[in-house]
Design a protein around this ligand. Structure first.
Ligand code: FAD
Length: 409
């Protein structure tokens, strides 16, 4: 009998790979190992509704409890894998068990990038990556008024908008000259900045953090910026990016380069080991085949499916259109495609009304669409990109033209 598939990491990617294996009629043993205590859960609500107390734990589970058992998938929570033995095709566990595998899937995700400035270990300085982090922050919130968010990326801004709506005094400190600088075009950054400021969030750009100051009890009291300004804070959320959890793979001798390097079928440099999700450094067809990592639910889910197909002998290259969303108060930002090196941008809709899309073109070809409160544009963009359907900048700008018509054969 097959030794089966062992999956390390029970987040979006690992969970979905396990489920996809069964959907592809894989009949061998499937074991899903996760170092968190909770049942596999949706991460996106953590920085949005969960911290406000609007989402109960049970609403977070990726599928109802009992689902994995029904699919004959063995889930082992609170089980941290410390090593892989590739030469034995085995994973030793802390309790002495050794799991042999025919295929191993690494779905270890990413972790919050630390900010090692003086005072970083004071109480009240938190990140939001796991459900446990979000629980800690939710429990702290009733006792604090002044909140500082370090980092104007997606998670920081989602959190800032959520606690601003709860009536807290929120300041966002972003070291770069604009918000969301690594992910969206300047026009979208400008809109997001203006909207959050109108809603009462203080936002400082070009504000690097020099230190965290504490009180006599070792609790954060203020954030000091590099230009010597002080921002009072009893709670600080640090959201300055993520690092891939690729240490296990490195120690096992797999090729890594900002994540675990995989081919288009999610195979690592060891043919029995695959990697998926945030940790997988892959060549993406929507980025000129440049190698990158995507930190999104779409990427985690789709790569989980590709890995399951690889293992069941149905090789199908990862080709899915990248897409992402971020809910920041009233702003529903949705992105399709990758706008990395686009060279022409067309606005469709009305930024003054808070409903518009920015179409990105590279050498005349549509490569990405960022939509603000325009869900229909986003869904259409995914279809246009998926079908490589030609759209000119002039057509994108013409609001009298129904772009849905382009989808018809
Ligand atoms: P993860 O979901 O991080 O899962 C990896 C798991 O592996 C973790 O449970 C980790 O603890 C475990 N693990 C690591 N090492 C080991 C080990 N050695 N042994 C055992 N287990 C291990 N994406 C969107 O598309 N839209 C959003 O709105 C959005 N919002 C987000 C909000 C927050 C607060 C966060 C943190 C992320 C958000 N994301 C969002 C990103 C998205 O959640 C991730 O891209 C996705 O979770 C990646 O899935 P993954 O399985 O690769 O990694």
């Amino acid at each position: 009998m097959s030794k089966g598939v062992v999956i390390v990491g029970a987040g979006h990617a690992g969970f979905n790979a396990a489920v996809a294996l069964r959907a592809e009629n894989y009949t061998g043993p499937v074991t899903l190992l996760g170092d968190e205590a909770d049942y596999p859960y949706h991460r996106p609500p953590l920085s949005k509704t969960y911290i406000k107390g609007e989402t109960e734990d049970a609403r977070l589970w990726l599928r109802p409890r009992g689902f994995l058992e029904k699919k004959d998938i063995l889930f082992r929570p609170s089980c941290r894998v410390e090593a892989i033995l590739p030469e034995k095709a085995a994973v030793p566990l802390a309790d002495g068990d050794v799991l042999e595998y025919e295929h191993l899937i690494l779905a270890t995700g990413s972790r919050a990038r630390p900010l090692p400035v003086p005072g970083h270990d004071l109480a009240g300085i938190e990140t939001i990556r796991t459900l446990d982090h979000a629980r800690a922050v939710r429990d702290l919130l009733p006792s604090v008024t002044d909140v500082v968010v370090v980092g104007g990326g997606f998670i920081g801004l989602e959190f800032a908008a959520a606690v601003n709506a709860m009536g807290k005094n929120v300041t966002v400190l972003e070291a770069a000259p604009r918000l969301l600088g690594r992910s969206v075009a300047p026009q979208v950054s400008d809109y997001v900045l203006a909207k959050h400021r109108r809603d009462g969030i203080e936002i400082e750009l070009g504000a690097a953090v020099a230190a965290f100051e504490g009180d006599d009890e070792g609790r954060v009291s203020a954030v000091r910026s590099a230009d010597g300004r002080f921002y009072p804070a009893r709670l600080v959320i640090v959201g300055v990016g993520a690092l891939p959890n690729d240490e296990l793979a490195r120690a096992a001798g797999l090729t890594c380069d900002n994540g675990i390097v995989v081919d288009e079928y999610q195979r690592t440099s060891n043919p029995a080991i695959l990697a998926i999700g945030d940790v997988a450094a892959h060549r993406n067809p929507y980025a000129h085949q440049h190698r990158l990592r995507l930190e999104s639910v779409q990427n985690a889910n789709d790569q989980g499916r590709v890995a399951a197909r690889t293992i069941t002998g149905q090789l199908e290259a990862y080709h899915n259109v990248p897409w992402f969303w971020s809910d920041q108060g009233d702003i529903k930002l949705q992105m399709a495609g990758l706008c990395l090196d686009s060279n022409r941008h067309v606005v469709r809709g009305n930024p003054d009304e808070g409903r518009f899309s920015l179409y990105h073109f590279r050498d005349g070809a549509l490569v990405a669409v960022d939509s603000i409160n325009m869900a229909s544009d986003h869904l259409l963009a995914r279809k246009l990109l998926e079908g490589s359907i030609a759209l000119t900048p002039e057509q994108a700008a013409d609001t009298a033209l129904d772009l849905k018509g382009l989808l018809k054969p």
